[in-house]
Unconditional design. Sequence first.
Length: 290
Amino acid sequence: MAEPQVLFDYTGHLPECPTWSESENALYWADILEGEIHRYDLASCEHKIITFHEEVGCFALREKGGFIVAMRNAIWLSDQYGLLQHKICDNPSNPQLARFNDGGTDTRGRFYAGTFWSPGDYNGALLMRVDNDLTPKVIQCDIHGHNGLAFSPDGRWMFTSDTPNGVIYRTPLDEAGEPGRRELFRRFQEGEGIPDGAALDSEGCYWSAMFDGWRVARFSPQGELLEEIPLPVRCPTMVCFGGADMKTLFITTTRENMESEELAQYPLSGAIFTLPVSVAGVKKGPFIER
């Protein structure tokens, strides 16, 4: 396998939620702590930054144009320039203690956003879903820090990770996409790194950014480790598939809470990497409003 390469000359604070736009041939991502959504056009190499008034935990492109954005205090619909148009719901957690974090869309075009419980004294975070009619619903609790959202190609499983607790879960979905009882997919031991953002490929394998683990790992549908891709930085945050054939892996990384000595030694912390892979990823569609 080829080695990961830097996408372009950029390092962010906490890049997350990479999202491929097939129609635009462009990669979007959030820089959570800077309150930004970025867009990079792979053909023209044009880089645009859209600024919001608070942290952007996650977002999805809308079928009607613009974004659905989960910020610290609320989930909003916005236009393509970041102008907020409609508030869907407030953060059901205490927003001073739990901001929105990882999220995305399912195969039915519904939007999911989980929270991260900052105090760390118990599993106080949750996972929300916004339906196509803009109805919000809490669908899971007992989470410390929600990450790793991905859906199997056949729509039968939802995968999530709880990063601080070092676990990946999978949850069965019924024919309407409603979740059942979640179950353990894989648990990580101290020193292995912890599972952050993720994506699924067309073979049903789960690609996880191993935060504090210097790598991306690929797991079989049964949770077996299949391969590992080393990175020149300690903390990857999320992966997504893109490109014309969906065989390019995009990897976001962070420099949050890193000392100057580490940044001097590993200056690519916060960069975005690309990697050609042999299997296509599952396409992540837009948020659909009805």
